[in-house]
Design a protein around this ligand. Structure first.
Ligand code: ZN
Length: 367
């Protein structure tokens, strides 16, 4: 059993823009040392933690070529790519919403997509049992012609189209457990019946106007998009209930050739851009569930692609728990927040509220 880990130091060099958290600096907004929440540190510290514990030594550590112009054109129109490349060459800038980039940002984004493409191809070819792509910048918010939410290219969409073009698979399921709605991936495949997109996210976080349960796809894609908005405060048991009762049955019914997870860690309890209560143990448990499902329905073919996650202290431990689970390693990094965020915070009123919340969606889906 070999788990691949796809990464590249240059992905940590992406950046740009004079931001204070989510806010462009100016007027009364004082500059902030950390800049944008989407900083390299959460990802670099995950890789560092894996090196320190020795987990890296048990994985197939891989790099990848950048996605090609043809790869990108399968998802993004030429005018967007041309505009992005020109601004990147000119020193960087901003083409969308809260998604600045510096000089060379185009090449780093293409490399980030290339990591996801290579991870998916390696698993589909049988070179690896499963794989994790530490892609940065992330991708799941990026629409074909409009970058937003720190995402400049739709990494998973590009990886899927490249795998299809190479004849490696026909049916793809994407489960997005980033705390924010996977609006970009939804948009790329909204009218397609060969890609099931499922998004678990905090209700009306970002984007505030997308991610409704009623948005099920259009045309041939009707029924092949499933949004599962969850109330703020959802924690370990709530996430697992939403997986068991809604997300996993939908994916099982779809019977994909491969399961891809848009793996954000911003549902973690101390994330600055989410209001959820997941823990490292929650991410490990969800990983175990998708591994078991993939084993049942698609020969274990499973690829995780990194999305959000803005706690520089917690993302490394959440990610380590996922990689330990994926690889079956005995190398464990104990959760330093375990006492602060217990797995299950007993609250009968919230549990009853969430049970009813999920039951309404289950009833509508007849699951
Ligand atoms: Zn996110």
């Amino acid at each position: 059993m070999t788990t691949g880990f796809f990464w590249d130091e240059r992905c940590f060099w992406h950046g740009g823009g004079n931001y204070a958290g989510m806010l462009p600096v100016g007027g009364l907004v004082q500059p902030l040392d950390g800049g944008l929440p989407e900083s390299p540190e959460s990802k670099r510290r995950l890789k560092n933690l894996m090196d320190v514990t020795g987990l890296s030594g048990e994985l197939a550590m891989r790099g990848a070529d950048a996605a090609t112009r043809d790869d990108l054109m399968a998802v993004h129109p030429a005018h967007y790519l041309d505009e992005f490349k020109a601004l990147s060459d000119a020193g960087g800038g901003e083409l969308g919403r809260r998604t600045p980039f510096g000089p060379g940002g185009y090449e780093i984004a293409a490399l980030s997509a290339g990591l996801a493409k290579a991870a998916l191809a390696a698993v589909l070819r049988g070179d690896l049992t499963n794989a994790y792509s530490l892609s940065r910048p992330p991708g799941h918010h990026c629409l074909p012609d409009y970058p937003n939410g720190f995402c400049l290219l739709n990494n998973i969409g590009i990886a899927i189209e490249a795998a299809r073009a190479a004849g490696l698979a026909q049916r793809f399921a994407v489960l997005d457990w980033d705390v924010h709605h996977g609006n970009g991936t939804e948009a790329v495949f909204y009218d397609r019946a060969d890609v099931l997109t499922v998004s678990l996210h905090q209700d009306r976080n970002y984007p505030m106007d997308t991610g409704a349960f009623a948005d099920r796809g259009t045309g041939d894609g009707t029924g092949y998009n499933l949004n599962i908005p969850l109330p703020p405060g959802t924690g370990h048991s709530g996430y697992l209930a939403a997986m068991d009762r809604l997300a996993l049955p939908a994916i099982r019914d779809f019977a994909p050739d491969v399961l891809i997870v848009a793996c954000g860690f911003d549902a973690a309890a101390n994330d600055p851009l989410g209001r959820m209560l997941a823990t490292a143990g929650t991410f490990a448990a969800m990983t175990g569930e998708v591994m078991a499902l993939a084993e049942d329905i698609c020969g274990g073919k499973l690829v995780l692609v990194h999305e959000g996650g803005y706690s520089e202290t917690y993302v490394p431990f959440c990610g380590h728990s996922v990689l330990q689970t994926m690889s079956g390693s005995t190398i464990h990094a104990p959760d330093p927040f375990a006492e602060v965020f217990p797995l299950r915070q007993p609250d009968a009123r919230f549990d009853a509220f969430l049970d009813d919340w999920l039951a309404q969606m289950q009833g509508a889906l007849a699951l």
